[in-house]
Design a protein around this ligand. Structure first.
Ligand code: BG6
Length: 310
C-alpha cells in the first residue's frame, strides 16, 4: 500500500558523497520542483504526477504547456507529460476499463511523494506513488483492481527520465495500457521530422485506425497526425529544420505515438492555446498501448523513457 501523505514537507537530502553541490528537491502542497546546480529544472504537479516544465541549463523550456491548461486539479493537464493508465484513448466497451474516462485515471489522480535522491551532483530524482486505496471513489469503483504505481522522475544535465513500476497487489490478474504523453516543445512543428520509424507498422487514427507500414526515414508533421507506431526498434529522434533536437530512448515500452492535433482539432479543444500552439508542439508518446499488458497477482512490470535535449 502506498501511504497517502498528509501535507508533504521538504524531504531530507541524503548526505552527499563529496562537497560538490547537489541537486535540490522542493516539495510544496501541489508540486515538486527538481533543480540541479548547473541550472536545469523540472516541475511536477502532484495532480496526475504531471511534469509541467523541464528546462535546460540555458533556461529553455523543453515541454509544451498550453496557455489554457487547467492546473487546479479539475481537468487533465493539456501539456507537459500526462501519464496514461490503465487505458489508452477511449475505453473499449467490452473491456474492464469501459467505465473509465479517456486515457484512464492516472493523469487525474493526486499522487503522493514517496522519496527523493540528491546523492550525486549530476542527477536529481523524485519518486511519486499512487495506489488503489488512494484513488478517488469514482475511479476506484470504475476499475476495482489492487495496484501500486511507483513513478520516478529523474533530471540530469541533458535529459529528463520518467520511469514507472506497476505492481499488481491483488489476488487476480488484470491488464492495462500505459503511456507517457510527452508534449515536446518545438520552434516549428511544420519544419520538424521524426526519425527511427521507417519500416514500423502503425495504426493511423486520423484515417479511422487504418494500418500501414511507415516507408519514410523522416516523418513530417504537415497538419494533424495521430499514429500509433507498434514495436519501434530503437531510439526516436526529433529534428527541427534538419537538426536533431530531441532523442527519445525507451526501455520496456514497445510503442510510440506521434500526435499533433493540427489547426482544426486544436481549435476544438477548449484548453488548447494559443491558437497556433499546435505549431509549437509535438507529442512523442512512449508506451505499451498496441496490446494490453497482462500482469499477474504480485507481479511487477516496469517501463521508462529518457528524453535527451540534443
Ligand atoms: C493521443 C491520442 O495520445 O492523445 C489522440 O493518440 C488524442 O487520439 C490525444 O486526441 C489527446 O487526448 P486528450 O484526452 O488529452 O485530449
Amino acid at each position: 500500500m502506498v501511504e497517502r501523505g498528509h501535507k508533504p514537507g521538504p524531504l531530507a537530502a541524503p548526505a552527499a558523497a563529496s562537497d560538490a553541490p547537489t541537486g535540490a528537491v522542493d516539495v510544496t502542497s501541489d508540486r515538486v520542483t527538481l533543480s540541479l546546480p548547473s541550472g536545469e529544472s523540472a516541475e511536477i504537479l502532484l495532480y496526475g504526477a504531471t511534469v509541467v516544465s523541464w528546462k535546460t541549463a540555458d533556461g529553455a523550456e523543453k515541454l509544451f504547456l498550453s496557455d489554457k491548461a487547467v492546473l487546479d486539479g479539475t481537468k487533465a493537464v493539456r501539456g507537459g507529460i500526462p501519464l496514461v493508465f490503465p487505458v489508452f484513448g477511449p475505453p473499449p466497451a467490452d473491456h474492464a476499463t469501459s467505465a473509465l474516462p479517456q486515457h484512464g485515471f492516472a493523469r487525474t489522480s493526486v499522487w503522493n511523494v514517496l522519496g527523493s535522491d540528491t546523492s550525486i551532483p549530476s542527477s536529481v530524482s523524485v519518486e511519486l506513488g499512487l495506489s488503489a486505496d488512494s484513488l478517488a471513489p469514482a475511479a476506484r469503483a470504475a476499475w476495482p483492481h489492487e495496484f501500486i504505481l511507483l513513478y520516478t522522475v529523474t533530471l540530469t544535465a541533458a535529459s529528463l527520465g520518467t520511469k514507472i513500476l506497476v505492481r499488481n497487489t491483488g489476488a487476480a490478474a488484470f491488464d492495462f495500457k500505459l503511456l507517457f504523453h510527452t508534449y515536446l516543445r518545438l520552434a516549428d512543428a511544420g519544419a520538424a521530422a521524426v526519425t527511427g520509424l521507417n519500416g514500423v507498422s502503425y495504426a493511423d487514427k486520423v484515417a479511422g485506425g487504418a494500418t500501414a507500414t511507415e516507408t519514410r526515414d523522416e516523418v513530417t508533421i504537415p497538419g494533424e497526425v495521430d499514429r500509433v507506431y507498434r514495436d519501434v526498434p530503437g531510439a526516436v529522434v526529433v529534428k527541427q529544420d534538419g537538426t536533431p533536437v530531441y532523442s527519445v530512448e525507451r526501455s520496456g515500452l514497445p510503442d510510440v505515438v506521434v500526435w499533433n492535433p493540427g489547426e482544426q482539432a486544436a481549435a476544438k479543444m477548449g484548453d488548447f492555446g494559443p491558437a497556433d500552439g499546435h505549431r509549437s508542439m509535438l507529442c512523442i508518446e512512449a508506451g505499451a498501448v498496441a496490446e494490453w499488458v497482462v500482469i499477474e497477482p504480485q507481479a511487477v512490470w516496469e517501463g521508462g523513457v529518457a528524453v535527451a535535449a540534443v
